[in-house]
Design a protein around this ligand. Sequence first.
Ligand code: 13P
Length: 318
Amino acid sequence: MLLNMTDLLKVANEHSFAVPAFNIGTGMILNGVIETCEKLKAPVILAIHPWELEFNGDAFLQMVLERAHRTKLPVCIHLDHSEWGPITRAIRAGFTSVMIDASSKSFEDNIALTKQVVEYAHAHGVVVEAELGTLAGIEDEVVVESGKEAYTRPEEVEEFVTKTGCDSLAIAIGTSHGAYKFTAAQCTRNADGILVPPPLRFDVLEECMKRLPNFPIVLHGSSSVPQEFVKMVNQYGGNMPDAVGIPEEQLRKAAELAVCKINIDSDIRLAMTGNIRKYFAEHPDHFDPRQYLKPARQAVKDMVAHKIQNVLGSNGKA
Ligand code: 13P
């Protein structure tokens, strides 16, 4: 059941949970996400980045649309981090939600571009997520180094939302894209030598909530980079030194506040890769994808179930 994202986020806001936006990078991830959400009766946002569309080709989008129409779950198909050209194509292709990411531009240019997208999208019945503040990591081909990110300025959010008419707002409170979210210099280390990141800026979130009561807030870059999978990758031939993410208890707290959509991509990829590496190390003579992708497929489902039940609290909310 393909839904408008505003309806999904409104329910999440009222019931203090967050809807996960899982990036759908392959057909296996699509099936793992939908099957797990159906089992847990959890609404879900299928987020597709323009790079994922390019990688998978047009037939993939048809498959995602067909799967979203077929399930009884409340589902939204969302174009992640994009710009004018891909957004207009995505709307024509059947996406129900798009994100315009003009956060690297000046405040005025961000408003102008977002407003233009909102007018086009709303005329086609599609909702728009916008972004204020910049996250570290790679967004929309813009690379922001750790330490050069900019937190959202709460004093700008009302003007931004009023002038653009956007339907939800991604803010920067210390999350970041990818598996290397922080430099060692930004963190402390625990007794095991693992990096401990600086806490999320809940003061910024709470100030935004005061200025935008009941407005849906979005967090990007919300993978936790579970250390068990970093260890698995490193144990079986990988090299991911100092990979670290956002502690899950902080995301849980954000989900109970006004954060209604939490974006997760890296954790699924990490769990798949750890399991594939382990499989190859333990079965060096195997070469059949049906063999080595089996544990990866299970890893997708386990990760999705864990996030829904233990972090976002969206199970049973469909
Ligand atoms: P992660 O890299 O933390 O999973 O974030 C994904 C994301 O925000 C996609 O828009």
